[in-house]
Design a binder for this molecule. Structure first.
Ligand code: SF4
Length: 377
């Protein structure tokens, strides 16, 4: 890894005391190294080792001193432990470097977030008890990163809309920033989009190791978004991610102009999953004030507001991963929403949704009048 990259030294100022009794998030006073995930095992498929991008991943993980195993075939097997708990633990500590399957070259639309989704990896090393991946991925949650990155990027041009800007979302199946120190794939993708005249990259993260991204030639084509939540939700339900103050600091550094050693990226805040916990207005007021404090300068900022929802399948998977969770998933408190294939998800009742939506839109507009709310869901 390049260790001579610039780091953004511009720290968030401690905000004035707030008119609420909720404890203020302690913001960092000095920069500190990001906590980086290190897998216990790194598996390489034979075809991944033949890819030039696979070889540079191998070099990175060897430099980090991680134990590497070459698989006999391109199939991942023997991922299960004796119990669900053991399977989960083993999978979350395993990184597999493989080629993206051919099915992933047929891109799917992903409204309202972007025009299309594509994937640099699958799986996430964190342990959020509401994780949306529980409903979208199957099998043990082993982390797969893709060695055929040049092919993945080259495929994107086939999906450009004629005469219109096309957006591509890279965060549907993973947290790309969480794995960046092991792959460099996000930086390469940002460079790729920096050269594309009419296409943009979008990614979102709960991590903060952004130093290697700050001086990339992104040309404003990448929107770097950070996922934030009210402090009680983050502390109770998120595990293995960067703290809220660190995410806010990373957001600030990505948005700051280059003259202040920032990345000068368009940025975004994804509030997800929004939950009407006790005193939710106070807790989210605290978060919005901290975000205002972190972005106390002009920048290109968008918001995405996503309320908590679950499906019967995601509930089952999450309860098997986190049997003692305090996450509220009581169907009797929710409304059913059906998709066109008949699948059901449980969302907050309409009255509650309306109340929360009005509150968030008004509070965000008051603090960030130049920003844009992309959607509420
Ligand atoms: S950071 Fe995102 S993808 Fe990773 S466990 Fe948490 S919710 Fe899931």
């Amino acid at each position: 890894m390049n260790t001579s990259l610039m780091a953004c030294p511009d720290l968030i100022q401690i905000s004035p005391s707030l008119p609420f009794e909720t404890p203020q998030i302690p913001l960092p006073n000095t920069p500190s190294a990001s906590r980086l995930w290190m897998p216990h095992r790194v598996l390489f498929s034979p075809e991944a080792l033949r890819e030039s991008w696979g070889k540079q991943i191998l070099e990175r993980v060897q430099k980090l001193g991680l134990p590497v195993e070459e698989l006999a075939s391109n199939r991942l097997t023997n991922l299960r432990g004796a119990t669900e708990r053991e399977t989960y633990k083993r999978a979350k500590n395993t990184l597999a470097v493989v080629n993206a399957p051919t099915g992933q070259f047929k891109l799917q639309p992903i409204p309202p977030s972007a025009d299309f989704q594509f994937h640099l990896a699958q799986g996430c090393p964190a342990h959020c008890q509401y994780c949306y991946l529980a409903g979208s991925l199957s099998g043990p949650p082993v982390l797969r990163v893709y060695a055929n990155l040049p092919e993945i990027l080259d495929n994107l041009k086939h999906y450009d809309k004629p005469d219109a800007f096309t957006t591509f979302e890279a965060s549907c199946y993973t947290d790309v920033l969480a794995l960046e120190h092991l792959t460099g794939s996000l930086a390469e993708t940002i460079r790729y989009f920096g050269k594309r005249p009419n296409a943009g990259l979008r990614w979102v993260s709960k991590f903060d190791a952004i130093d290697s991204l700050l001086d990339l030639p992104h040309n404003g084509k990448t929107r770097a978004r950070f996922s934030l939540n009210a402090a009680p939700i983050a502390s109770r339900l998120e595990g293995g991610v960067s703290s809220l103050p660190k995410r806010l600091q990373a957001l600030r550094c990505m948005a700051l102009p280059a003259s202040k050693s920032g990345g000068n990226y368009p940025v975004g805040i994804v509030l997800a999953p929004i939950m009407p916990i006790e005193n939710w207005q106070s807790h989210y007021t605290q978060l919005l004030n901290d975000a205002q404090n972190a972005l106390d300068f002009d920048c290109d900022l968008t918001w995405e507001l996503i309320t908590h929802r679950f499906t019967p399948n995601s509930k089952d998977v999450l309860l098997s991963w986190y049997p003692a969770t305090s996450l509220e998933m009581d169907e009797s408190n929710r409304s059913e929403k059906r998709n066109k294939f008949g699948g059901v998800k449980y969302v907050y009742p309409q009255g509650r949704m309306k109340e929360m939506r009005a509150w968030f839109e008004s509070e965000i507009s008051a603090r960030f009048p130049a920003s844009k709310i992309l959607y509420w869901t």
